[in-house]
Design a binder for this molecule. Structure first.
Ligand code: MG
Length: 165
C-alpha cells in the first residue's frame, strides 16, 4: 500500500469591504482576504497539502499570482485542477484536516457547508473531510484581525489495481 502525507499553510491579510471565501463557502464578514484570486485561504492551504503529498510544488508554482489567468479566480477551480493532477497520477485522497485560525467572525455555522463543498471537489465522503476553526485568543496578527491563517494536512493513497490470484 502506497500512501503519502502532505501539509499546507497559507495566510492572507484581511481588509474591510472584501468578500470572505473560506473552504469554497462565502462567509458573512465585514473583513475579507486581500488576494490575487478570490482569497480562499483554506482552499489554498489544502491545495498545498495535496501538492505537497506528491512533491508537486505549491499553488504559487502551478497558478502564479502574476498571471492574469488567475486574477479573481474562484479557488474551487484551483482545487479542481490540483485534483486532476492527483487523479491523473493514479492517486486519491483518503482524508484531509484543515484548521482555520481567525479571530472573527464565528465560523461554526459554515463548518458543515465547507466540509460538504471540499468533499465534493475531492470526490470523497464528507466524513473524510475535517474543518476546524480557532481564534488565537486575540494574540498576534490573527488575534488583531489583520489576517487569516490556515493549516491543512492531507493523506493520499495510490489506486490499487485488483488482481486475480
Ligand atoms: Mg493564498
Amino acid at each position: 500500500m502506497d500512501i503519502r502525507i502532505g501539509n499546507g499553510y497559507d495566510v492572507h491579510a484581511l481588509a474591510e469591504g472584501l468578500p470572505l471565501w473560506l473552504g469554497g463557502v462565502k462567509v458573512e464578514s465585514p473583513l475579507g482576504c486581500i488576494a490575487h484570486s478570490d482569497g480562499d485561504v483554506a482552499i489554498h492551504a489544502l491545495c498545498d497539502a495535496l501538492l505537497g503529498a506528491l512533491a508537486l510544488g505549491d499553488i504559487g508554482k502551478h497558478f502564479p499570482d502574476t498571471s492574469d489567468e488567475f486574477a479573481g479566480i474562484d479557488s474551487k477551480i484551483l482545487l479542481g485542477r490540483v485534483m486532476e493532477l492527483i487523479w491523473s497520477r493514479g492517486w486519491h485522497v483518503v482524508n484531509a484536516d484543515i484548521t482555520i485560525a481567525m479571530q472573527r467572525p464565528k465560523l461554526a455555522p459554515y463548518i458543515v457547508p465547507m466540509r460538504e463543498c471540499l468533499a465534493s471537489l475531492m470526490q470523497i465522503p464528507v466524513e473524510r473531510v475535517s474543518v476546524k476553526a480557532t481564534t488565537t485568543e486575540k494574540l498576534g496578527f490573527v488575534g488583531r484581525s489583520e489576517g487569516c491563517e490556515v493549516y491543512a494536512v492531507a493523506l493520499l493513497k495510490h489506486d490499487e489495481i485488483e488482481t486475480a490470484d
